[in-house]
Design a protein. Structure first.
Length: 496
């Protein structure tokens, strides 16, 4: 979708195409976290171990990491309607298969197919937004997008907790999660195909199959290796991570070569834009810290404070809702004042909240936990919307799809790395204390404190990147002949 399109950008209201894509993205992202509370039911109904049951989430994440690098190429080769129809049809097929799955293996295949559709939606939404919305309105529109993509993950565990309480004869409770999702997805798909208009014109170009294989094996292997750190076999995990990194290196070299002789699968010239690269680092580390806390907080609340999954979901829901509801306000403030007045305080708030979680105890008042979580989510809201807008806005139009694809890919890697990091730190510290004679509950609590502390230290990188980001993009990307903050001598940045 590289062609210029100025008519929708002139409108003050959010274009219909963005509204449709936001609604669809909300549905597929809600699905990503909806299985969290269903693990015990899967273990009982399908007779699988806890490690196996966790694969309903791990496989989803692996698939996302493997497919998202290809979306930059895909979105430039098909129309908006084709990309949307493909993503939603794939998601629906996976939902149907998951709902009727007779075995765990079939359920896993269904989740993988669902992830294939989900992987396309977020880059499609971001690429279309950057194409059809004028720079002066991007903060406002991006804020509305944040509302959807922030509330959905927070609502997933709560929605699943409520659905799992329902008893329907002859239907396993976890199947209801897919049964309920199916008509909603069908309605959203139908509405989208009725109202969605194509944005730009697709470009011709063959896909490089070697790049696809290297991306899938490299990024998928890296995420899988990081997920293996949850167990005790660190040697195997390190080996898989090393192989994944080697394949990613080969993938990067292949893309550099294709940039000279053909069409790259993922155009790495986006990294020559200083503002985009800073935004990429900031987003990745912030997402890492957020995912780490999303793992640690439920473990603390359920294992040490003995709350039910539904109670845990309800306690963390206000933070997710606050993050989403503040999105439009943050977007308007960004349009008016620029990014620095939001991103710098937001990055500090992230660090302060994570530092506050290092003080958790077995009798810490729930209102303090709620306050710290809300502070973190509000700070993330103040950070994500401006950084998304500044980062992608630093690129010329023909690189929007590649920039959003790289952001999505590194978010999946950051999520896996954040989870592996906090679990490894927590487990190592807890095991060490237990071996020294500390009781398991105290050792587990101390391990969680240390893991939160490591996340807080990493969040200092977010502050550093926030200080380096500009308040606004230097020029209109629709008119810029090259990446705005690149040197004048590098016009090759925008060559196809």
């Amino acid at each position: 979708m590289p062609a210029d399109i100025s008519a929708p950008a002139a409108k003050e209201r959010t274009p219909t195409v963005i509204r449709v894509l936001v609604l669809a993205t909300f549905v597929v992202i809600l699905n990503e976290t909806i299985m969290i509370n269903a693990i015990p039911r899967l273990m009982e109904d399908l007779k699988v171990t806890e490690v196996a049951a966790q694969w309903v989430s791990t496989a989803f994440m692996l698939t996302m990491a493997a497919i998202i690098p290809t979306t930059g190429w895909f979105l430039q080769r098909v129309t908006t309607r084709t990309a949307y129809a493909t993503a939603m049809a794939t998601f629906m097929a996976g939902t149907v298969l998951s709902a009727v799955a007779p075995t765990f293996a079939v359920l896993l295949i269904g989740r993988i197919i669902q992830a294939g559709g989900t992987a396309v939606m977020m880059p499609l939404l971001m690429t279309t937004l950057m194409t059809v919305v004028a720079e002066k309105d991007r903060g406002r529109v991006m804020g509305n997008v944040t509302l959807a993509i922030s509330v959905a993950p927070a609502m997933g565990p709560v929605v699943s907790g409520l659905i799992l309480q329902v008893s329907v004869p002859q239907i396993d409770s976890w199947r209801l999660l897919f049964v309920v999702m199916l008509p909603i997805t069908a309605i959203v798909t139908w509405l989208g195909l009725r109202q969605l208009e194509n944005v730009g014109e697709p470009a011709a170009g063959a896909i490089d199959l070697l790049s696809v294989a290297l991306a899938a094996l490299g990024f998928g292997g890296l995420v899988y290796g990081l997920s293996k750190f949850h167990g005790d076999d660190y040697t195997t995990a390190i080996a898989i991570v090393a192989v994944g990194l080697a394949l990613i290196g080969a993938f990067a070299l292949r893309q550099v070569r294709l940039q000279r002789t053909g069409t790259p699968l993922l155009d790495l010239r986006v990294l020559l834009a200083g503002t985009y690269t800073k935004a990429l680092v900031l987003m990745s580390v912030a997402f890492l810290a957020m995912m780490g806390s999303m793992i640690l907080l439920p473990l603390y609340l359920q294992n040490l404070r003995h709350l039910s999954p539904l109670e845990t979901g309800l306690l963390v829901m206000p933070g997710g809702l606050a993050m989403g509801l503040l999105g439009p306000t943050v977007g308007k403030l960004f349009d008016r004042f620029g990014g620095r007045v939001l991103v710098i305080p937001g990055s500090i708030g992230i660090t302060v909240s994570l530092a506050g979680f290092t003080q958790i105890s077995t009798d810490m008042p729930y209102w303090q936990l709620l306050g710290l979580h809300i502070l973190m989510m509000v700070s993330l809201a103040a950070t994500f919307t401006p950084v998304f807008t500044l980062g992608l806005g630093a690129l010329p139009m023909n690189l929007y799809s590649h920039g959003s694809s790289m952001l999505g890919t590194l978010q999946q890697v950051a999520a896996a790395f954040g989870t592996a990091l906090v679990v490894t730190v927590m487990s190592a510290r807890s095991t060490s204390l237990i071996d020294a004679g500390t009781d398991p509950a105290t050792a587990g609590l101390d391990g969680m404190r240390l893991a939160f502390g490591v996340s807080a230290v990493l969040a200092l990188i977010v502050i550093a990147m926030a200080v380096l980001l500009p308040a606004r993009a230097a020029a209109d990307p629709h008119a810029a002949p090259m990446v705005r903050d690149a040197e004048e001598e590098t016009p090759e940045l925008v060559k196809n």
